[in-house]
Design a protein around this ligand. Structure first.
Ligand code: ADP
Ligand code: MG
Length: 195
């Protein structure tokens, strides 16, 4: 059975960039779950506050469960619940220094509320926790991408997938950043009031 490799992480950490290059390198199919949802009619609404499509998780999951692909699939998503766990071989969660994430999301022109929500998710490790809950800790790898080149990331991810490398960086932004994190969160909270 051909299986699915999930690349997950908070929006802005670099999933799409890495997942596409990785698919090319390993000769796997690349699937962007948000785009797949549109294609199969699984977008059931639009969240104005978040400026994001609302997807029918069950419909996407059923669709993926029924696929008979000719190659392994790399699935790019932060919505891990949309991926059927029984099809999944590995989950790679990308983590990025919240200060850098803040910069990237600001450059993307995201509204203050959406920046706050995503930076907070990254601080709490929401994608990682959701992945462990949904897929089980044995399948989930975690990489701090902050100081790594894209080549390094491809190398690590390839080994996780093809050599079953156990790779799980211990990431705790609160512990690592201390006061710098407090400053960032204050700045973000203030920005939400000045719209
Ligand atoms: P995601 O799919 O997780 O939202 P993207 O792959 O779209 O993230 O990347 C978000 C932004 O960060 C893009 O502008 C991209 O060019 C940049 N980026 C992604 N990966 C890296 C990296 N390893 N080093 C530097 N910039 C990166
Ligand atoms: Mg993306």
């Amino acid at each position: 059975m051909k299986s699915i490799i999930v690349v997950s992480g908070t929006p802005g950490v670099g999933k799409t960039t890495l997942a596409k290059l990785l698919a090319k390198r390993l000769n796997f199919n690349y699937i962007h779950i948000g785009e797949l949802a549109k294609r199969i009619g699984a977008v059931i609404g639009y969240d104005k506050e978040r400026k994001a499509d609302i997807i029918d998780i069950k419909k996407v999951s059923k669709h993926l469960a029924g696929l008979k692909p000719d190659k392994e699939i790399i699935a790019d998503t932060h919505v891990v619940e949309a991926i059927p766990p029984e099809k999944v071989k590995k989950v790679i969660v990308l983590r990025l220094d919240p200060r850098k994430l803040y910069e990237r999301l600001s450059e993307r022109g995201y509204p203050a509320d959406k920046i706050a929500e995503n930076v907070e998710s990254e601080v709490l490790g929401t994608c990682y926790i959701d992945s462990v809950k949904h897929f089980g800790s044995d399948k989930v790898a975690q990489i701090d991408v902050t100081e790594k080149s894209i080549e390094e990331l491809i190398e690590i991810a390839s080994r996780i997938i093809t050599e079953n490398l156990r790779y799980n960086e211990d990431i705790d932004w609160a512990e690592k950043l201390g006061n710098n994190l407090a400053e960032l969160l204050t700045k973000i909270a203030r920005a939400r009031f000045h719209r």
